[in-house]
Design a binder for this molecule. Structure first.
Ligand SMILES: [Zn+2]
Length: 495
């Protein structure tokens, strides 16, 4: 008889410093998909559900879908939203007997009144299905992992890449363990080590040291008998929660506990040693604009990433300082975006193409974080419903939407003005709206690191800018009130 496995996804990276809560509307703008539709949407794309579907095919599971609920990173998840989506998983979990569970979570979700939303969900799930049913989860590499998550999930597999191009692979990896546990009646457990620091591992970048050295080492450890997964989580520092920060988790067969502890202790020390490591050189908007103005790049563009206004870390996506600097410097043949200003997107979407119009753009959420509104006069080049199909490598094959979107040309800069707030990580986010960035001189975008997977092959050079947005580097300047103490760099720690 087929083994029956429950699956689903509830993903949110919660920036507790954002003033905008994340509710049902924000999930519905991204993904809130229930039941069998999940299999239609996520089969054969770069997503965890595709990985679990592959496992079901390989191992002969009857895979039972619940919900895939994901919202763009933002403020605390509302009680309504958490109860709706976690409730869909728990309700299905209580409906029958299960052989295994395979879920995709983020690991840095904070819900109203619940700092550790994933730990809470897993605790409830564990109580419903019983301790004999193996629970496997995938986490984002930026998870703030907790003891509670490790207590209630038998196996944890985090992405090993940032940009996260291994989402499907992580799920395929995670799916092996419940199959092994079900077949061999072996108990799998997970331990965690989390040193006292807010940041480390250079935010998890896997294109530079130390992660370039560490990932092959993790894979060697995972090849050892009885060690199912070794995950380095860089943590998510824009979260004022007790368990913020990087960690290592090791999932192992009970008999190999001693070796799992050795691995966890060794990697805990590696994380601690990386506490001040940063490879990026953060330019001011003015420095970036001057470089852009004088850039001559062998017919390939200069790519400027505004790290600090990355919607993928819960920033508002409407900071204006970099755009202002580019316009003041007279930079031409440039694209900029995406700027999330729903009101402006609505206006631009309902006017005729070619029309010249003056609007106030951006800077509304918090003018102190990356610049206030800019009054701009420009031409409406295009407007659309906002859907695009990702070419990858992240999210390859998946359809997403900016909501009503317009291309607004101001002097030499084509600005993508959107309704929904999304990080730039795929070239189709511009190409679908008629902006062919390979032909431009300057490509300015809002992203920290994910853009590199799609944009480094296009770029003559990449530079990183800090315009002072909500997701700016140097997070120790944020007002942390709930973190465990002592913690580096808020406290001096001798180890
Ligand atoms: Zn991440």
């Amino acid at each position: 008889m087929d083994k029956v496995v429950l699956t689903g996804a509830l993903n949110h990276e919660t920036n507790t410093f954002s003033k905008n809560p994340t509710g049902i509307a924000e999930f519905e703008a991204y993904y809130a998909i229930f039941g069998a539709q999940i299999f239609t949407k996520f089969r054969n794309v770069n997503h965890e559900q595709a990985g679990f579907i592959d496992c079901a095919g390989q191992f002969g599971w009857e895979l039972v879908p619940t919900v895939v609920a994901t919202a763009n990173p933002g403020g605390t998840v509302t009680k309504d939203a958490f109860e709706r989506y976690a409730g869909a998983i728990l309700k299905q979990a209580g409906s029958r007997r299960w052989d295994g569970i395979a879920l995709s979570l983020h690991g840095a979700m904070v819900a109203e009144g619940i700092f550790d939303a994933e730990g809470h969900l897993l605790g409830e799930l564990h109580a419903i299905v019983g301790s004999e049913v193996p629970i496997a989860i995938t986490l984002d590499l930026h998870a703030n992992v907790t003891e509670k998550m490790c207590c209630h999930a038998n196996i944890i597999v985090s992405y090993k890449t940032y940009p996260h191009v291994d989402r499907c692979d992580a799920a395929v990896h995670a799916g092996q363990a419940p199959e092994f546990a079900m077949k061999n009646k072996v108990k799998i457990k997970t331990i965690i080590r989390q040193p006292p620091q807010i940041e480390g591992l250079d935010c998890g970048r896997t294109d530079v040291e130390p992660m370039t050295d560490l990932i092959p080492r993790l894979k060697e450890m995972e090849a050892e008998d009885g060690i199912f997964a070794v995950s380095l989580n860089a943590g998510f520092a824009l979260a004022d929660v007790p368990f913020v920060g990087p960690s290592v988790t090791v999932s192992y067969a009970e008999k190999t506990e001693q070796r799992a502890i050795e691995i966890a202790n060794e990697l805990e020390e590696v994380i601690w040693q990386s506490r001040d490591r940063v490879n990026n050189d953060y330019l001011t908007p003015e420095q970036a604009a001057q470089l852009a103005k004088h850039f001559t790049g062998e017919s390939k563009p200069l790519v400027i990433a505004d790290y600090s206004d990355n919607p993928g870390a819960g920033s508002y996506g409407d900071a204006t300082k970099l755009l202002k600097a580019l316009l003041e410097a007279g930079v031409e043949e440039a694209s900029f975006g995406a700027v999330c200003v729903p009101q402006a997107a609505q206006i631009l979407s309902h006017r005729r193409l070619g029309e010249k119009i003056t609007i106030d753009l951006g800077g509304k959420n918090d003018p102190d974080l990356g610049g206030g509104p800019l009054r701009l006069t420009g031409e409406i080049l295009r407007n659309y419903g906002g859907n695009y199909v990702s070419e990858g490598p992240m999210y390859a094959g998946l359809t997403k939407s900016f909501g009503p979107t317009a291309v607004f040309r101001v002097e030499g800069v084509d600005i993508l003005v959107t309704t929904h707030n999304l990080q730039i990580l795929d070239r189709m986010q511009f190409a679908s709206f008629g902006i062919h960035q390979e032909k431009l001189k300057v490509v300015a975008l809002k992203s920290m690191q994910h853009f590199r997977a799609a944009y480094e092959p296009l770029a003559a050079k990449v530079i990183v800018c800090d315009s002072g947005g909500l997701a700016r580097p140097r997070r120790s300047t944020l007002l942390f009130q709930n973190v465990r103490r002592p913690i580096y760099p808020l406290d001096l720690i001798a180890r």
